[in-house]
Ligand binder design. Structure first.
Ligand code: PLP
Length: 400
C-alpha cells in the first residue's frame, strides 16, 4: 500500500484533536509523585476542574482509567449490591452502562427508548412518583449519547426528579458533554458526573475525570459494593493533600492543567457557543445534502456529534473505509443497532470553522465516490451560509 500523504483528519467523537500546547505540556520528564512540592502541581488542577464542572461543593476526582472506569466508580462507590437503579437506554453507551450495572449486581429498571430519541423525562418522573418506598437509589442519565448524536436536558431531568420529590442520586454520564456542552453540576444538583480525558478535555485517553457531590460522598461511606482501586474515599482523602493513593499519570495531569486553562480562558459559555455554532454548520450541511440525522428532533441535536443516516443501499462500513483509505478521514462508525446505517462526525474539542469545512468538503467527495445522489456543494454552501451569519453581540463565538 502506498504511503498516505498529508495529515490525517480525525473526526471521530473522541479521542479528539489534542492542541499543540497540551501536547507540549505532556512532553515532560518523569516527576517525583511524592516530592514535597507535588501538591503545588496537583491542587490547581482540582481547582480548574471545579470551575469546569461549575461546582463549589462537588469534589472532582481523576482516576487513571477511561470513562468506563468512572461508570464503575460511580456505581460501586454509592450503591450496594441489589440496589435498584433507574435508567433510560437509547444508544450504545447508555446500553453499556446498563450492562455494567447488571453485571455489578444492581437491580436495573431500564426504560428502553427508540435510538434517536433522548431521555424520556416524563417516564422517569412517572417511575419515580410510583416508587413511594424509594427503592430506586439512583437515576443514571447519559447527557450526550455519542452513538446517536442525542443530547438530553439534564436540568429538565433534575426538575422532574424534584417534582417527584424523590431522593435518588442523579448520576450523569458526561463523557461526550463535559468541556463542550453546558454541564452545571451544582445548578442541576448532580451527584456524580462521569467523564474522560479524550473528548471535551482535549487530551489523550487515560484519565477518568469525575465529580462527586457531598451526598454521593456520604453514600460512599455506607455503600458496601466491593471496590478497591476505584474507592473514592481513598482517592478523595489523599487528594486533599495533593497526592494520589497510587502512581498518578503525571504527564496527562500536566496536560489536564493546560487543557482546563484553555477552556477557562476561552470561557465556558464561549466554549459551548462555539460548539453550538460549529454543530449548526454540520447540521446545515446535512440538511443541504437532503440527509437526516439519527437524532429525531431538534431538541435532541447534539452539539458534539452528528450521526448522519445513510440512504437505503449505501453501506456505512464501505463509506467509512473509503473515507479512511482514500482521504485519510476518520468518522465514527454506526455502533450495534445502527451499524452500517450511519456515519458520525465528531465536532468537539479543539475545533474551528475551517476544520468543519474540511470534513464537510471531504464528506461530499466520499458521497460522490459512493454514488450518492446530492447536489455537489450543497452541504458546504449551507455550512458557509450558517457560519457567515452575523452573530449576536459582535462576538465571533456568541451564542445564537
Ligand atoms: N459514555 C459515553 C457517552 C461515551 O461516548 C463513551 C466513549 O465514547 C463512554 C461512556 C466510554 O468511555 P471510555 O471509552 O473512555 O471508557
Amino acid at each position: 500500500m502506498t504511503r498516505f500523504i498529508g495529515t490525517r483528519a480525525l473526526f471521530i467523537p473522541g479521542p479528539t484533536n489534542v492542541p499543540d500546547a497540551v501536547r507540549r505540556a505532556i512532553d515532560l520528564p518523569q516527576q517525583d509523585m511524592r516530592a514535597p512540592d507535588f501538591a503545588s502541581f496537583t491542587l490547581p488542577i482540582f481547582e480548574n476542574l471545579k470551575k469546569v464542572f461549575r461546582t463549589e461543593t462537588g469534589t472532582p476526582v481523576v482516576f487513571p482509567s477511561s470513562g468506563t472506569g468512572l461508570w464503575e466508580a460511580a456505581l460501586t462507590n454509592c450503591l450496594s449490591p441489589g440496589d435498584r437503579v433507574l435508567v433510560a437506554r437509547f444508544g450504545q453507551f447508555s446500553h453499556l452502562w446498563v450492562d455494567m450495572a447488571e453485571r455489578l449486581g444492581f437491580e436495573v429498571e431500564c426504560i428502553d427508548v427508540e435510538w434517536g430519541r433522548g431521555i424520556p423525562i416524563e417516564q422517569i418522573e412517572e417511575a419515580l412518583s410510583q416508587d413511594r418506598g424509594h427503592a430506586i437509589k439512583a437515576v443514571l442519565a447519559t447527557q450526550n449519547e455519542t452513538a446517536t448524536g442525542v443530547a438530553s436536558d439534564i436540568g429538565e431531568l433534575r426538575a422532574a426528579m424534584d417534582r417527584a420529590a424523590h431522593p435518588a442520586l442523579l448520576m450523569v454520564d458526561g463523557v461526550s458533554a463535559v468541556g463542550s456542552l453546558e454541564h452545571r453540576f451544582d445548578d442541576w444538583r448532580i451527584d456524580v458526573t462521569v467523564s474522560g480525558s479524550q473528548k471535551g478535555f482535549m487530551l489523550p485517553a487515560g484519565l477518568g475525570i469525575g465529580c462527586f457531590s457531598e451526598k454521593a460522598l456520604t453514600a460512599a461511606e455506607s455503600a458496601w459494593s466491593r471496590r478497591c482501586y476505584f474507592d473514592v474515599r481513598d482517592m478523595v482523602a489523599i487528594n486533599q493533600t495533593g497526592y494520589f493513593p497510587y502512581t498518578p499519570p503525571t504527564n496527562l495531569l500536566a496536560g489536564l492543567k493546560v487543557a482546563t486553562d484553555m477552556l477557562l480562558d476561552e470561557g465556558l459559555d464561549a466554549v459551548t457557543a462555539r460548539h453550538h455554532r460549529l454543530a449548526g454548520a454540520v447540521r446545515a450541511a446535512v440538511a443541504g445534502w437532503g440527509l437526516q440525522l439519527c437524532a429525531q428532533e431538534a431538541r435532541w441535536h447534539s452539539d458534539t456529534v452528528s450521526a448522519v443516516m445513510l440512504p437505503e443501499g449505501t453501506d456505512g462500513g464501505a463509506f467509512i473505509r473509503h473515507a479512511y483509505f482514500e482521504y485519510g478521514i476518520s468518522y465514527g462508525a454506526g455502533l450495534s443497532k445502527v451499524a452500517g446505517k450511519l456515519f458520525r462526525i465528531g465536532h468537539l474539542g479543539d475545533l474551528n470553522e475551517t476544520m468543519v469545512l474540511q470534513i464537510l468538503g471531504a464528506t461530499e467527495l466520499v458521497m460522490r465516490d459512493m454514488g450518492m445522489a446530492f447536489e455537489t456543494g450543497s452541504g458546504v454552501a449551507a455550512a458557509i451560509e450558517h457560519l457567515s451569519r452575523p452573530v449576536g453581540g459582535g462576538l465571533k463565538v456568541a451564542a445564537e
